[in-house]
Write a protein that binds this ligand. Structure first.
Ligand SMILES: N[C@@H](CCC[C@H](N)C(=O)O)C(=O)O
Length: 285
């Protein structure tokens, strides 16, 4: 099975071409590919399928019709997610590099609707729906309880701006923060932020760490950056504006208007090769 490996600000993905929709992407295959010792290693898998080739996608032309390609995103634990902001940017980089699209500006189909992408040499931008702020709740991490805002970016997020007394670097993110299961029946991605102060930082510049649903702590989360930007702007009284989000894997910028949210940052292909599918399973002793 052919694969390409890519990353967007350190959020890494195994990309599997499946233009005719012939591959059955089981959770076991996904966990095998994403295993960092027994497989290739990644935060998720991007299956590249022609929208027209998948009967389910073709049956919903309103939702996917304008996009020639659909990003079938899976988390490293094999679960399905509606959206992946870094994934869609890496997916777009792949389509351009493999000459599967004729232009550098096009639509990509996702489970959360169509995303408009713009690919340049340095960066890929992805414009998706406006993040919806849903109200306050808490996340418990270790012995501490943090207040945050639930945000719908197509997938669920909980953004917790840290109190001044807690530093982002001090957080222990080896286990999932505990949240209200009634509010997040399908789980949630939890982002912690702190302001970046001093030159050249602007007022809407934050540092973020994230615990991703279905993955664990990652070096970046694009939809999480959009959620964090929306909460940061909201806290400074703005419904729209430009925010900078620094993550352990680099820098993302987020431009929010009344209708949309544009996420921009690096997206790079790093390798390609053949995976021996039968060799992927980890020993079960
Ligand atoms: N890393 C992604 C988000 C991937 C999906 C997420 N783990 C979920 O389950 O919702 C991003 O860049 O947005």
């Amino acid at each position: 099975m052919e694969f390409t490996k890519g990353q967007g600000t350190g959020n890494d993905f195994v990309i599997i071409p499946d233009p005719e929709g012939a591959l059955i992407l089981t959770p076991e295959l996904v966990t095998g590919l994403c295993d960092r010792r027994f497989g290739i290693g990644a935060d998720g898998v991007l299956r590249v399928v022609r929208t027209a080739a998948d009967p389910e996608l073709a049956a919903d032309p309103q939702r996917y019709g304008g996009a020639e390609w659909f990003m079938d995103y899976r988390n490293a634990d094999g679960s399905i997610a509606e959206m992946c902001g870094n994934g869609v940017r890496v997916f777009a980089r792949y389509l351009v590099a493999r000459e599967l699209v004729a232009t550098s500006e096009f639509l990509v189909g996702t489970r959360s609707g169509q995303v408009a992408v713009v690919v340049s040499e340095e960066a890929v931008s992805a414009t998706m729906g406006h993040p919806r702020l849903l109200g306050e709740t808490t996340a418990r991490l270790g012995g501490q309880v943090f207040t945050g805002t639930a945000v719908d970016c197509g997938n669920p997020h909980l953004v917790c701006p840290l109190p001044r007394s807690v530093r982002l670097t001090e957080l222990e993110l080896t286990a999932a923060p505990v949240v209200d299961p009634g509010l997040f029946p399908d789980g949630v991605n939890v982002e912690f932020t702190e302001p970046v102060t001093g030159e050249p930082a602007g007022p809407d510049h934050v540092r973020m760490r994230v615990y991703e649903r279905g993955v664990g702590e990652t070096l970046s989360c694009g939809s999480g950056a959009c959620a964090a930007a929306a909460v940061t702007l909201h806290r400074s009284g703005q419904a729209a504006g430009l925010a900078t989000v620094d993550v352990p894997g680099g820098r993302l910028t987020v431009a929010i208007t009344a209708e949309e949210c544009a996420l921009t940052g690096a997206a790079v292909l790093v390798a390609q090769g053949t995976v021996f599918r039968d060799a992927l399973a980890a020993p079960t002793v």
